[in-house]
Each structure stands twice: as structure tokens, then as C-alpha cells.
Design a protein around this ligand. Sequence first.
Ligand code: A2P
Length: 184
Amino acid sequence: GQLEGTSLPLFFGWFLLSPAKEKICCTSMDFLKTLDTLEAFKKHLNDFTQGADKEVDLEQYFKSKGPLHCTTKFCNYGKEDGAKEYAQNPLLLWPADAEKEVEGASSLPLGSRAHVTLGCAEGVEPVQTGLDLLEILAVQQGGQKGELVEEMELGSLSYYGEGRWLLSLREPIRTPACFSSVYG
Ligand code: A2P
């Protein structure tokens, strides 16, 4: 019935809790500050800003939207494929189809798309960060290592071309989180 159709949320996911949440925001701001000073990053800045020949302040460039979270299943109130199946299966954390949206990523293990969006440039929807992640993983799976550009305190920074940068953390950042859903 109609009620059944509206009972599914916008999405399910893990929501990061304080104080780790604030620490992650600070760490990402510090990272952007350092990135802003790297010549190697500036050299490729055009790949990023699509040729707009102007100074970019990275700390202003990325805007965060809503609470920090890791989406497990985007349901779009039931309109998304597999939404109902996901909601009805309490043991299944990662949906089977999340990796299929990017060419070359479909053979990656379930959950490969897991990520926390820290921010997006203006006009970029948050869904893009998961697709970017899958694209980098697909390139890696194809045997490409990326160009190691800088050893930073946080980890190794590599460039994969076309504006794709990857920071591989030296140590994982652990955070408590609460599994929940958002109705929007
Ligand atoms: P992400 O998890 O990468 O941040 P919105 O606010 O745009 O409605 O999206 C709500 C959440 O669901 C966001 O966290 C977003 O991305 C994720 N999301 C939005 N659209 C999709 C989609 N088509 N597929 C998977 N996740 C999505």
C-alpha cells in the first residue's frame, strides 16, 4: 500500500559520533592547508578547477553538508533498486549493487564503496565521492599505482590523473558510530 511505499528512508548509514567527528573535521582542514602549499598539487590544479585560472582556497572550496556519515544503502524512499530487500534483511550491511555503478569496479568486494564524504565543491552532489572512490579502486585493480607525490605526516599522497588524488593514511582514524537512517 501507500504507507509501505513511504516507510523506507532516504538512506541507511553509520553516523559518526563526537568527539571523533570534530577531530576528523580538524584533520581534514589541516590536510587541505598543507595540500594548498604543495607545488606538485598546484601543478595539477587545473585538472580540478576545469581551467578556471584563479586562486583556489581549498578550505573554502569544499563544503560539507549535514552530519558526517558513511552511507550503507541509499534507498531514496524506496525508489532505488534493492531498497526494500536491503531494509528487510537485517544481516546484510552492504548492498550487492553499490559497486556496479562504475565501469571496472563491479568485481570489487562488497563495501568497497564505503566512505565518509567530508566535503564537495559547489555544484557537486555528495553521491560523487563514492563514484570517485570506485573509479580510483578500479584504476588500482587494473594495475596502476598512481604517482607517489608526497610523503605527508598523515600518509602517502598519490596522483591518479584527471584530478584524482589519494591520501593513504599511515594509521587508520577510528571513530565510534551509530547505525541509523535518515528520512530527510
Ligand atoms: P554520500 O554517502 O557519498 O555522502 P542527498 O543529501 O544528496 O539526498 O544524499 C543523501 C546521502 O545519500 C548522501 O550521503 C549521499 O552520498 C548518498 N547518496 C545520494 N545519492 C546517492 C546515490 N544515487 N547512490 C548512492 N548514494 C547516494
